[in-house]
Design a protein around this ligand. Structure first.
Ligand SMILES: O=C(O)CCC(=O)C(=O)O
Length: 212
């Protein structure tokens, strides 16, 4: 699993995001799911809550890396070094993901955060910008595992036109350049479209640089 051998085959949709379909082989995806299971044993999945209202999001999440993205009713969106419920530091980012970052990005420093999102069949994620980081010159690299989803991306303004496409297990998406600040979200999961996970659903991993 040290050597994800993803070719740099990019499909661009005009907003400068880079989509690398089937970047990870089935074996690489399975090995990664095993590593994510271990991470979730150490840092259990939790239900993120919207700032102020405390409304639960439909996904569950955890993190690995020196920093993890969390959100709570009281303190809102932020990065922190520890799990919000157990108070322990996040597990390390798997070496295979650090290698993938090196392979697909030209960024000279490693990612500091790997957000692990688990979508059940009915879960979705509204259009949003990733803007809780201190630096935006590094790409955000995300990996899809499990069921196919309908991914939507627009521009830097919420009302910009959007495009939708289906991300499958093993696909990688890079939000880089202008698309780093593009609004994006997940409108739908297509249950039963992958046998990678033991149950219906989708895992998304997002690697980000947070500080300079
Ligand atoms: O699940 C995805 O593909 C996107 C996840 C995402 O946008 C996020 O976690 O900020």
């Amino acid at each position: 699993m040290q050597g994800i051998v993803c070719a740099k085959l990019n499909k661009n949709h005009g907003i400068s995001e880079k989509w690398v379909p089937q970047c990870l082989s089935i074996d690489e995806q399975s090995a990664l799911v095993d590593e994510i299971r271990q991470i979730a044993t150490q840092a259990p999945l939790f239900v993120p809550k919207m700032p102020n209202t405390g409304k639960p999001m439909s996904i569950r999440m955890t993190n690995c890396g020196p920093l993890g993205w969390v959100t709570t009713k009281e303190d809102g969106y932020r990065y922190q070094e520890t799990h919000p419920e157990t108070g322990t530091p996040w597990p390390k980012i798997p070496q295979s993901l650090l290698n993938l970052w090196d392979k697909l990005t030209d960024y000279p420093k490693p990612p500091q955060a790997c957000l692990v999102n688990f979508y059940e069949a009915s879960a979705k994620m509204g259009l949003h910008q990733d803007k809780d980081e201190e630096v935006f010159d590094a790409p955000a690299l995300s990996i899809s595992l499990g069921d196919t989803c309908l991914f939507r991306i627009g521009g830097e303004n919420r009302k910009d036109p959007t495009k939708s496409f289906k991300l499958q297990s093993g696909d990688v998406m890079l939000l880089t350049g202008k698309s780093r600040m593009a609004f994006h979200g997940v409108d739908k999961i297509y249950p039963g479209t992958s046998t990678l996970l033991k149950q219906d659903g989708r895992i998304n991993l997002t690697l980000r640089r947070v500080t300079d």
